[in-house]
Design a protein around this ligand. Structure first.
Ligand code: GRF
Length: 224
């Protein structure tokens, strides 16, 4: 049986990549990572790809502050994506935007994960910004990507409490545990053809609605 071919874009440690690789290997998602693309030659994610026997490709994509070199990066990305027959792009801790040519070629076929409950705390520091703001609940979001940062239609979110002694690292770790669950789930829904984009909304066909017991209230109620 042919499985969905993924191109995973990374910049850093690649724990989400690992969760996706593991879910593919164990058959929890009907997909395979065809190629890993990194803008960072030193990314540990590339080592994870190597250990999994998946090709890893380094493609520089300009500095975050400098002007994006899409006219250079776009054709390189498209060539590699084509070479490996990529059907779905998964940005997993990729700290750059994709260029217009890639987004056009893969319209409706690019997923991203963000470490906050969108539309709150967009940008590169979702956990730090949530802590500074003082929210009691944060979380993570898997969404379809568009030309802007973190603004495409939402597929799935998970919420976690922000605890009094949290620092950025402890909150990030709590959120990551949920990222590793909801990203493979979103990919599996896509692979099953169950995601329907309707404007800003994503319908997940035959999805189980959450029960009220799955609500997170923080601090917990004491008066009932
Ligand atoms: C994750 O928190 C992801 O949501 C954000 O960057 C982090 C990447 O972590 N975009 P990893 O490289 O998957 O470990």
């Amino acid at each position: 049986m042919s499985t969905l071919r993924l191109g995973v874009f990374v910049s850093g440690s690649g724990t989400n990549l690992q969760a996706i690789l593991d879910a593919c290997r164990t058959g929890r998602i009907a997909a395979q990572v065809a190629v890993v693309i990194s803008n960072n030659r030193e990314a540990y994610a590339l080592e994870r790809a190597r250990q999994a026997g998946v090709p890893g490709v380094y493609i520089p994509a300009g500095s975050r502050s400098g002007s994006p070199r899409w006219e250079v990066a776009d054709p390189c990305h498209l060539e590699v994506l084509g070479d490996y027959g990529v059907e779905l792009i998964c940005m997993a801790g990729y700290m750059r935007r994709l260029g217009p040519q890639v987004l056009e070629a893969y319209a409706g076929r690019v997923l991203n994960i963000h470490p906050a409950l969108l539309p709150s705390f967009i940008g590169a520091h979702g956990q730090r910004d949530a802590l500074r703001y003082g929210v009691r609940i944060s979380g993570c979001t898997v969404h379809f990507a568009d030309a802007n940062f973190d603004t495409g239609p939402v597929i799935i979110q998970a919420a976690v409490p922000v605890l009094p002694d949290d620092d950025e690292a402890s909150l990030a770790a709590r959120i990551l545990q949920q990222e590793h669950k909801i990203y493979p789930q979103a990919i599996q829904w896509y692979a099953q053809g169950r995601l329907v984009i309707e404007g800003r909304h994503v319908r997940v066909l035959n999805a189980r609605p959450p029960t009220i017991a799955e609500a997170i209230i923080n601090p917990g109620l004491e008066i009932f």
